[in-house]
Design a protein around this ligand. Structure first.
Ligand SMILES: NC(=O)c1ccc[n+]([C@@H]2O[C@H](COP(=O)([O-])OP(=O)(O)OC[C@H]3O[C@@H](n4cnc5c(N)ncnc54)[C@H](OP(=O)(O)O)[C@@H]3O)[C@@H](O)[C@H]2O)c1
Length: 276
């Protein structure tokens, strides 16, 4: 169980990945993302989650430089976008991401969505990048159990991470169990439900009990469940607040009560029916 902001989970290949990081989807390239990344790193975060399609990799790279934290201390994730899937195009997209981020390796490279008829070729490119030492770990996003079954039946290197929509209204119990059994680290995107879950009375009652916020209660629930979590904020006070979750513990009853909020309710697209 993570006891500190810089504590890490060990991925199946032995690489350490921080339990908590900063997400930067919808953080605008330029000052907004530069500041968010800088504030996060300066307040102790060591993991940043971006993607080619977020169109802010340059700002992420600049924020890392301006933070004064050395690159080797940081766990940097990016993702190959759907239109770049396929073997050669993924290799190219990876180089473009490196250039924009102004770095010579990534810590984690992910397939952003399971594009039918393409994700296996894309995966082969990720395996190549991994074998060449250009990325320390590889994984997927938005893969359901049937996608993982299909990929793992036909791959050389198993995915180390599956990053999926996961929050109290979509607790992904079955997928979490599957990933645990297969030694794939589950990672929550939109852990705060894009901010839409923060008014839930149950979470606010627990927050009041501990002198915390609903956001902190959710993030603590992730950590106690062994889920890597990457809340996004572009506000310094919230960035700091979201990482201040290591000084309280939810009881087993509270953990179960939050699980009880699940309605299998997605905010984002359905990984089996998306058209982008
Ligand atoms: N792989 C994928 O397909 C995928 C999809 C979606 C997201 N992601 C990743 O997951 C990350 C997180 O998900 P997300 O950005 O969708 O949503 P999220 O982290 O669940 O929520 C972010 C929203 O909550 C607000 N917020 C953050 N902390 C808060 C706090 N303490 N109190 C009140 N409001 C707070 C933010 O506002 P402000 O910024 O204004 O503070 C923002 O509007 C993304 O940034 C991205 O890196 C991946």
């Amino acid at each position: 169980m993570a006891a500190h902001l810089q504590d890490q989970t060990k991925l199946s290949n032995g690489v350490g990945m921080p339990w908590l990081g900063l997400g930067v989807w919808q953080a605008k390239d330029g000052e907004e993302v530069v500041n968010s990344v800088k504030w996060a790193l300066q307040s102790g975060y060591r993991s940043i989650d971006t993607a080619a399609v977020y169109d802010n990799e340059e700002g992420v790279g600049q924020g890392i430089k301006e933070s004064g934290v050395s690159r080797e201390e940081i766990f940097l994730t990016s993702k190959v976008w759907n239109s770049d899937q396929g073997y050669e195009s993924t290799l190219q997209a990876f180089e473009t991401s490196l250039k924009k981020l102004d770095t010579d390796y990534l810590d984690l490279y992910l397939i952003h969505w399971a594009v039918k008829d393409k994700y296996k070729e894309t995966w082969r490119a990720l395996e190549t990048l991994y074998k060449e030492g250009k990325v320390r770990a590889i994984g997927v996003c938005n893969f359901q159990t049937h996608h993982l079954d299909d990929l793992m039946a036909d791959c050389e290197i198993k995915p180390m991470v599956n990053q999926v929509e996961l929050h109290p209204k979509l607790s992904q119990k079955e997928l979490r169990e599957y990933c645990r059994e297969n030694n794939i680290q589950i990672e929550a995107w939109s852990p705060l439900g894009q901010g839409k879950l923060l008014q839930l009375p149950l979470l606010n009652e627990m927050a009041d009990k501990y002198g915390k916020t609903a956001a902190q209660v959710i993030l603590r629930w992730d950590l106690q469940n062994g889920i890597v979590t990457i809340p996004k904020s572009v506000h310094q006070d919230r960035i700091v607040q979201n990482a201040d979750v290591f000084d309280f513990s939810l009881t087993d009853e509270e953990m179960a009560a939050i699980e009880g909020l699940n309605e299998d309710d997605r905010i984002g697209p359905d990984p089996d029916h998306f058209d982008f």
